[in-house]
Write a protein that binds this ligand. Sequence first.
Ligand SMILES: Nc1nc2c(ncn2[C@@H]2O[C@H](COP(=O)(O)OP(=O)(O)O)[C@@H](O)[C@H]2O)c(=O)[nH]1
Ligand SMILES: [Ca+2]
Length: 438
Amino acid sequence: MLNCLRSPGKMAVSRLPFFLALAFSSLSFVLSHWNREMWFQDFFPPNMCPINAKDNTFYGIMFDAGSTGTRIHIYTFVQKSPENLPELEGEIFESVKPGLSAYADQPEKGAETVKRLLDMAIDAVPPHLWKKTPVVLKATAGLRLLSEEKAQSLLLEVREVFEESPFLVPEDSVSIMDGSYEGILAWITVNFLTGQLSGQNQHTVGTLDLGGASTQITFLPRFEETLKETPGDFLTSFEMFNSTYKLYTHSYLGFGLKAARLAILGALNVEAVDGQMFRSSCLPKQLEAEWHFGGVKYQYGGNKEGETGFKPCYLEVLKVVKGKLHQPDEIRGSSFYAFSYYYDRAVDTNLIDYEKGGVLEVRDFERKAEEVCDNMEKYNSSSPFLCMDLVYITALLKEGFGFRDNTLLQLTKKVNNVETSWTLGATFHLLQSLGITY
Ligand SMILES: Nc1nc2c(ncn2[C@@H]2O[C@H](COP(=O)(O)OP(=O)(O)O)[C@@H](O)[C@H]2O)c(=O)[nH]1
Ligand SMILES: [Ca+2]
């Protein structure tokens, strides 16, 4: 799939970049290696493809090595005049499945998937700019869950692929990203794109990301009480518009949708899974199948003799989430932006439209979970995990984070035609830290 993102209209968002610039320049104040230059002050969402590259064009290549897939984002920027700051022109995006962690025992093969994606960049970036175009890969929860040794050999092989490429390979070009960065970068991106970081009346929105292996929650606490009651490592400070923002952010490793399936089946962190059959009341009664995740093969099936359906499934899932997550009181009444698997499962069950997204209440997930789990035979053409996934999402929101039934969730894949992903923010960071400005 080759995509050039297109802006719905420059005017609608052209003021926003200024604030993103401030956001990032201030974030850098706390994260000391981020420099404070506001080079992307006039950044606005992409409106043309790199095919239209001019002399003043430059590029940044960011890999997202997620637990379920590896994705390349080739961003194009244009410096229109020396006194103006660069603008984002477009993005080429491609992804492969499975993710790097599926190659834990074959690091060279894993690196090969990265190489195939990187070949796209050879075609996309003009040869005279290869040496000036940085390439970086950041891995998330899939690699965090591997042993240090296996993760490092994967990263080493990827680094070799980068070194052999004609691109600029910065010092720390291949790494595992800290979970709190995922949350912070997504929060800033969403609040910048929705215009919440500008003006006097700021009503920032919290963000919820549900990946395959980990999940993040990020919001700006409004009450002193919340700050007092929150563990220190859940809070990150940064300055913006002469104000100091203290964000609540946390990444729960092992609480992504796919890792949760294993936990619910009782298969997470089990030494020998070969030949073992993992059963659950969240699966169709007669089902017996195999599932591969993180390079391991699992056999799983339904409760042939026992109970099946929403109620027994909810009880099973509760054991995985109840009491395992910090519950800030303040979020009970607020609304949140939610993406990744929240979005995908809402689309799969027609709760929202794939293109438009939509607003849901937490109880909409619960109703849909009941409908699917109590009528599994009706849903046998979709994933056998659909009931389990919906119950997990419901339980994670209600019992895990402590949201109310009527908490509003804005299901979003793109805002103003820009992906609600950490990758764009990571690319700004990269280009800034390298001082790549014209
Ligand atoms: N909005 C958006 N979602 C993405 C993108 N890439 C992956 N996802 C979603 O992320 C989820 C998979 O999470 P993944 O990144 O593999 O796992 P993680 O390592 O636990 O974060 C799926 O729901 C994907 O649809 C992207 O570029 N944009
Ligand atoms: Ca992710």
